[in-house]
Design a binder for this molecule. Structure first.
Ligand code: IMP
Length: 428
């Protein structure tokens, strides 16, 4: 019997999904990326060498795994090919990769516009990764985007590029910015089309065959549900939906097909970029967490903002995305803290609430209400089972389970694959 397991970030991204995905990928036949682009990133170790994946699914290093990049993604060809070349330099040339003809292309003007629009927003800037993600999805939704399949058809590419530039150049000109020449871009993108052609197909057709064949399929989420364009802290979000609910649409499969949703959460919280963050704090403890947890962005290198664990956020993710289990990451980072705090409720205008307000004007005003728990001093990086944890660490995990109503699938006590304690097997 096949399984379709989704790994989602339950917070604002960077929860450690990469490690969970690498770990689960060893048991999967197929790994799928279904949304976002190179705003995502995680570093993996291969033969003692570090390698950052931004576009490519995590199964790419394993020749037995079939990898998919499906229709919900936005792909920037230049960076994509650089990533593939990086793999080749590591000696990895034997991989299985399929890319959807329906995925959208991030063009150079999308990257330029990302920076220009952020500057225009001034203090309201989202703090994007400046990879052109928002402008590429904007063109997708306004039906003027260029799709990967268009790159393979010279006449179609010509038509789409002319139409796209017609509007974009007027916009850039009105903003006093550099415009883009059709004659310069067209041959470059035709060339990308030839290079990418061997990977391009209707990924939905193939994926549905994998499902029918009973394969073990892992959908690796990018970003986190609080950055979801639909259910996140709008407008401080990304331009796609990182929730499990979006996977069927973004991959062209039945919504009834998913079997498990693993919600990845840090044992605390972090956020990069702008936007309200109720449990954020800045003091010696947060600085310690940032240093011990190496809380600096993989894609941009920015220091991450630090907060206590927020179970209102986890319950929100559970409701809007669905969660069948939690993966609690970086538990070891909390060792040595005398007292830990978990947010259990928000206070808004004198009322106690248990949900994330949809209205941003309300969300920025909520005050977190905390439950305090005693910390532990022991080094837990070598722990191999739940029972080996110090009493207070066990209590911390059990409290998260109780407050969220989601059972813990696994917890992690260090970056290495072996520093993962599985409480419930997913693919077995
Ligand atoms: P964009 O996705 O580049 O448009 O950025 C929108 C927001 O999402 C910004 O606050 C980014 O910092 C955040 N973001 C996008 N991708 C990631 C990610 O993979 N991890 C964490 N934050 C992200």
């Amino acid at each position: 019997m096949g399984k379709l397991v989704v790994v989602v970030g339950t917070q604002w991204g960077d929860e450690g999904k990469g490690k969970v995905t690498d770990f689960l990928a060893t048991q999967a036949d197929v790994v799928v990326r279904s949304q976002g682009g190179n705003n995502a990133g995680h570093t993996i170790l291969f033969n003692h060498q570090k390698f950052a994946l931004h576009f490519l699914p995590s199964g790419i290093l394993n020749p037995k795994i079939t990898n998919y990049m499906t229709n919900g993604m936005v792909i920037e060809p230049k960076s994509f090919f650089q990533e593939l070349e990086g793999l080749n330099k590591l000696g990895i040339t034997n991989y299985q990769l399929h890319i959807s003809d329906r995925a959208h292309v991030i063009m150079p003007y999308h990257i330029a516009l990302d920076g220009i629009l952020e500057n225009l927003k001034g203090s309201e800037a989202v703090g994007t990764t400046k990879k052109g993600i928002g402008p590429a999805y904007t063109d997708k939704v306004s039906r003027s985007g260029i799709r990967i399949g268009d790159l393979l058809h010279p006449d179609m590419l010509k038509q789409r590029l002319l139409a796209n530039l017609n509007f974009t150049n007027r916009l850039l000109s009105a903003l006093g910015e550099k415009m883009y020449e059709f004659d310069e871009l067209y041959p470059i993108y035709l060339d990308y089309g030839k290079k990418i052609a061997p990977y391009v197909c209707d990924t939905s057709l193939l994926l549905n065959q994998e499902i029918e064949a009973g394969k073990r399929i892992l959908f690796e989420g990018a970003q986190g549900v609080m950055l979801c364009i639909e259910q996140g802290t709008y407008p401080y979000v990304t331009s796609s939906s990182p929730s499990a609910a979006s996977v069927p649409l973004n991959a062209g499969i039945s919504p009834m097909a998913l079997t498990d949703v693993v919600g990845v959460t840090k044992a605390y919280s972090t956020r990069v970029g702008g936007g309200a963050f109720p449990t954020e704090f800045e003091d010696d403890i947060s600085r310690q967490i940032r240093e011990v947890g190496h809380e600096y962005g993989t894609t941009t290198g920015r220091p991450r903002r630090i907060g206590w664990l927020d179970t209102i956020v986890l319950k929100h993710t559970k409701r809007v995305s669905g969660l069948t289990g939690l993966a609690i990451m970086l538990l070891d980072v909390l060792s040595g803290l005398e007292t830990l705090k978990i947010c259990t409720h928000y206070e808004l205008d004198g009322k106690v609430i248990e949900y994330v307000p949809g209205n941003y004007a309300d969300f920025i005003r909520v005050n977190p209400i905390y439950q305090e728990l005693p910390g532990w001093n022991e080094d837990i990086t070598g722990v191999q089972s739940f029972d080996e944890l110090p009493k207070n660490a066990k209590n911390y995990l059990r409290t998260i389970e109780k407050l969220t109503g989601v059972p813990i699938t696994l917890f992690s006590v260090g970056p290495d694959r072996t520093q993962t304690v599985v409480l419930k097997q997913i693919f077995e």
